[in-house]
Design a protein around this ligand. Structure first.
Ligand code: ACM
Ligand code: ZN
Length: 600
């Protein structure tokens, strides 16, 4: 009896405690914006409390893993530790399913009623994107319950390939940082992690048959200081991932429905490897792992059989570690001066009867032969080659995919030739470029200027492509080269919030894209950046302009921005701004969703 009273008291205390929580209301205006959001006005809301459970179908390991990730997100954002179970529940549950009938394997529906939230994906990946939308609809982190207004969301991505590249060779980031990077991709619905693992300045992946790559090629004696390539800080620098660590990353990414695409850049960007195996270069060396940035004239010797054996050995371990259908083999930035002067390369050119003609020089065709070798090897292992757009020169290998970085022309040409292509042009997708013209106070960067709005404006299927050619555009990727990025927190700073704009280019139908509307949705996503402890750039919140107090309320609700010299007006609720009653001018800062604060 007494025991029952105490238990009853405990139970009512628990109810009292859970009811006493603050409550926030979800907003489905997330990034990337879902394709269809149908509010069920007047149909109430689902209240997420600490008694909500997450269910998955029994024996469905992929949805169980999704459920656990969702529980982690909710715990982070609300403090509630929800039970994850395969016991079905018909109330106060978030129900995860993967039997949606839709053409995209990454489609999902998110249905909210007062009793259930149901996320149904065509696959576990589709389900995961529904989870991301649900997570991002929670407006901020805090100890609170969440009210989800009744809604039906139906969503699927525009592009199947949604990529982000991280260069870990110029600077090395440990496994935990790479996992943080992967988490950041998941938040933005990105599904391909292009991992740039080899460079002149460092080889970063253990290859068991070539132990000197880890021993020698992963280390450099120093690093040039800022943009002066003649200097060195003389501080030894290095790092590599063991194969076990790389497999751990592959699994971590796969749990988040992200495929890791490794890149071994060849035949150029190979100085680090040549320092370990100098006999593979045209001159025989000696070589030293580069301490400076730029493009080296030293390449693998394309006239030496041992160079082809090296590539086969490396790629055979790479395909063993990485299950990705696509393997990236670089091919960019290969000056041909060494090959022009190398007796072995010239003998190979004669043997292959390669000639200078309108399609390219004999040396470009030698590079094409080299890339065909890598492609044939990958094909023999059931994989496909991705190469940078230089791989068009001298002729593409059958089935090779082109990653277009020197503008969009490479992708267009690949598509004209019937090859698939990925858009990653410098002018829109190089996140190592500055994100503001005001460089004072910015971390040192490589140069250039790619603001958020420019990223957002990118059209991956240019109007001068035919419909047939457009089908060859697999998707879009942003690249982060890390010459000037020594710390992981700077990786986040360069990525965010440009990655938000990227996400909408990759995911959202162009008819639904609207930059002004996007800027209204960034503050809620920034709450998630804060919840994750991400360092992010705030330039788009610092709109220098005219504050326009609302004549009725006296509060400020419109901001005039001078982004790219084009007048843009923002209002907090997306309504037409009242710009006639300009009373005063001050720099302003949009600090969080729904608030514009004047700063001195
Ligand atoms: C590249 O930026 N060199 C692909
Ligand atoms: Zn050579």
């Amino acid at each position: 009896m007494k025991r029952n009273v105490i238990l009853g008291m405990l139970a009512s205390t628990a109810i009292f405690m859970s009811c006493s929580h603050d409550k926030v209301t979800a907003s489905y205006q997330v990034i990337p914006l879902p394709q269809e959001i149908t509010a069920k006005d007047g149909n109430g809301a689902f209240a997420l409390t600490d008694r909500t459970v997450i269910t998955y179908p029994s024996s469905n390991e992929a949805l169980k893993s999704n459920a656990e990730l969702l529980a982690g997100y909710i715990s982070q954002l609300t403090g509630h530790k929800l039970k994850v179970t395969d016991t079905p529940s018909d109330e106060n549950a978030i129900v995860l399913l993967d039997n949606l009938d839709a053409s995209s394997p990454e489609a999902y529906t998110l249905d909210v009623t007062p009793t259930l939230i149901t996320i149904n994906g065509t696959t576990a990946a589709g389900n995961f994107y529904g989870i991301q939308t649900l997570r991002k609809s929670i407006p901020e982190k805090g100890d609170h319950d969440v009210e989800f207004p009744a809604v039906n969301i139906s969503d699927s991505p525009r592009f199947a390939y949604r990529g982000a590249m991280l260069d870990v060779s110029r600077h090395f980031f440990p496994v935990d940082s790479v996992k943080k990077f992967i988490d950041m991709l998941a938040l933005h619905n990105i599904n391909r992690f292009h991992w740039h693992l080899s460079e002149d300045q460092g080889w970063r992946i253990e290859i068991k048959s070539r132990p000197r790559l880890a021993e020698i090629a992963s280390k450099r004696k120093g690093t040039c200081v800022s943009h002066d390539f003649s200097t060195s800080d003389s501080i030894p620098y290095g790092g590599f991932y063991t194969q076990d660590e790389a497999r751990e990353i592959v699994k971590y990414a796969s749990d988040r429905h992200i495929t890791v695409i490794p890149e071994i850049d060849m035949p150029g960007h190979m100085v680090a490897a040549l320092s370990a195996y100098p006999e593979l270069g045209c001159t025989g060396g000696p070589y030293e792992v580069w301490q400076r940035w730029g493009v080296s004239e030293d390449l693998l010797c394309a006239g030496n059989d041992k160079a082809y054996e090296f590539i086969d050995d490396v790629l055979s371990e790479i395909v063993d570690i990485f299950p990705s259908e696509y393997i990236h083999v670089g091919g960019d930035e290969c000056p041909k001066v060494r090959w022009e002067n190398c007796p072995k390369c010239q003998a190979k050119i004669r043997e292959l009867r390669l000639k200078d003609d309108a399609k390219g020089s004999a040396e470009q065709k030698l590079q094409s032969y080299f890339m065909h070798h890598a492609s044939d090897f990958l094909t023999s292992r059931g994989r496909k080659m991705i190469g940078w757009d230089e791989t068009l020169e001298g002729g593409l290998a059958p089935g090779a995919i082109v990653m277009s970085w020197r503008g969009e022309e490479g992708a267009k040409e690949a598509a004209r030739q019937g090859h698939d292509a990925i858009m990653t042009p410098t002018g829109y997708m190089y996140f190592d470029y500055y994100q503001t013209l005001d460089r004072e106070g910015e971390p040192d960067a490589i140069g250039g200027y790619v603001p958020v709005e420019k990223v957002y404006s990118f059209n991956p299927t240019p109007d001068d492509m035919t419909d047939e050619e457009k089908k060859h555009i697999l998707g879009v990727q942003a690249n982060l080269w890390t010459e000037y990025i020594p710390e992981y927190s700077q990786v986040e700073y360069m990525e965010l919030p440009r990655m938000a704009a990227l996400a909408e280019v990759q995911w959202t139908d162009p008819s639904k894209k609207d930059y002004k509307n996007f800027t209204h949705r960034v503050p809620q996503l920034a709450e998630h950046y804060k919840a994750n402890g991400y360092r992010y750039a705030t330039h788009i919140f610092n709109v220098n302009g005219i504050l326009t107090p609302n004549p009725e309320t006296g509060t400020i609700d419109a901001v005039f921005s001078t982004v790219d010299d084009a007048p843009v007006y923002y209002t907090l609720d997306g309504s037409e701004p009242n710009v006639s009653s300009t009373l005063y001018e001050k720099p302003v800062q949009l600090t969080q969703s729904g608030t514009i604060k004047a700063v001195a």
